[in-house]
Design a protein around this ligand. Sequence first.
Ligand code: AMP
Ligand code: MN
Ligand code: MN
Ligand code: MN
Length: 290
Amino acid sequence: MTPVDLHCHSNVSDGLLPPDEVVRKAHARGCQLLALTDHDDVRGLPLARKTAAELGLQFINGVEISVSWGKHTLHVVGLGFDDTNPELLAGLASVRAGRAERAERMALSLEKLGMTGVLAGSQKFADNPEMISRTHFARFLVESGRCKDTKSVFKKYLVRGKPGYVEHEWARLHDAIDWIRGAGGVAVLAHPSRYELGNETLRVLLIEFQRMGGEAIEVVSGTHSIADVARFGRLAQEFGYLCSSGTDYHATGEGSREPGLNSNLPTGCVPVWERWLKVPLVDVLPAKLN
Ligand code: AMP
Ligand code: MN
Ligand code: MN
Ligand code: MN
């Protein structure tokens, strides 16, 4: 068990808990190094950082940037950057700016199925109005009785090919990496198995991401199977990537893992977090993971 979590969400994006409660929850579960990585927004970091300092929990700044790479949507996690860097902040603001108009198109498309009040209903779930996301639509559709849980909503309505899915242009990959690196951070390719890229395309991505300055990939993720962990552990070593671990916690009961602890990296993987550790990690018992 590794008491490190470098990927989780608060209600500044599509998590349910405010930043301080995410930090408290991770700490209570035994976390020793945490990054909060809200989608396209860093405004949860000051509160998270302050709470972590009060608890004596090691904390680093994080963000998860939405990126378009060809026809694919990718997520790039930034870690350990200066969250007052003007270029990074302007870049993130530009990514958020597209979300309102995208939400309108999603709602129009769903309303063609006879649903009503989808935009206003989903907005109610977005505590940060600039960060309206598919997750908020999913929570609204569960509340209005369309599906039993958010996972089913995604499958039926919100993934590519389904009525609530609309194409959207996010940040360009090299811009996202430049913003993170320009602010002194490390760019990490989040949950690489989620993109369902063929082997060939995946290898092209791993080469391009590295060429553009990406330094790490998420090997252990709450959204990775045991086989994914082994596969991306091998690929990280083959390509010379540092390795990251994160639960991708959003909300208790929404299928994601609880925050704070991750399974160990495969043997031979070099952890991305060594440079940020001020206090060495202490071993934790395996029983705590869920
Ligand atoms: P958006 O940035 O608005 O496209 O929303 C992306 C978020 O939706 C992801 O960060 C996940 O939290 C959530 N998500 C995406 N796909 C799924 C899925 N198949 N099941 C559940 N949640 C998902
Ligand atoms: Mn999310
Ligand atoms: Mn993601
Ligand atoms: Mn995430």
